[in-house]
Design a protein around this ligand. Structure first.
Ligand code: FES
Length: 137
């Protein structure tokens, strides 16, 4: 692959950027969530927030918001589709490579953007478990 091709976004990346799935429009009151996770990207300083609705230990629904770039938006849109219906354990095991494969490869220099979503999801799951541990005690 020459240097120029590495700047080209796949059709799937463009579609998920232009039509992001499960994006939270408006404020948090627009979505009935059980837990939220937040993460910052140490490389660029962008942030991601992920909201999860959980039922029977599965991700029933998810919403997200970000200050991140087009790659972060497309990656998290893809992640939100991959995560729905999965158990909490399965959802946290979705990797940046899974997202990259789903989107047909991000440009290599944008790969760091694809980790924001699943790190925020992992944080949301951690917070969900902490809240529910507190409730059951
Ligand atoms: S450059 Fe910050 S998330 Fe992509």
């Amino acid at each position: 692959m020459n240097e120029g091709q590495d700047w080209i976004y796949s059709d799937a990346v463009k579609d998920h950027f232009m039509n992001p799935r499960n994006f939270l429009f408006g404020d948090e009151s627009q979505f009935d969530f059980d837990a939220v996770g937040i993460v910052g990207n140490p490389i660029c300083g962008d942030q991601m927030k992920m909201y999860i609705k959980v039922k029977d230990d599965k991700i029933e629904d998810v919403r997200w918001k970000t200050y991140g770039c087009a790659s972060a938006i497309a990656s998290t849109s893809a992640l939100s589709e991959l995560a729905k219906g999965k158990t909490l354990d399965e959802a946290t095991q979705i990797s940046a490579k899974d997202i990259d494969d789903y989107l047909g490869n991000l440009p290599k220099h944008k790969f760091h953007c694809s980790v924001l979503g699943h790190q925020a999801l992992a944080d949301a799951v951690k917070n969900y478990r902490a809240q529910n541990k507190t409730k059951s005690n």
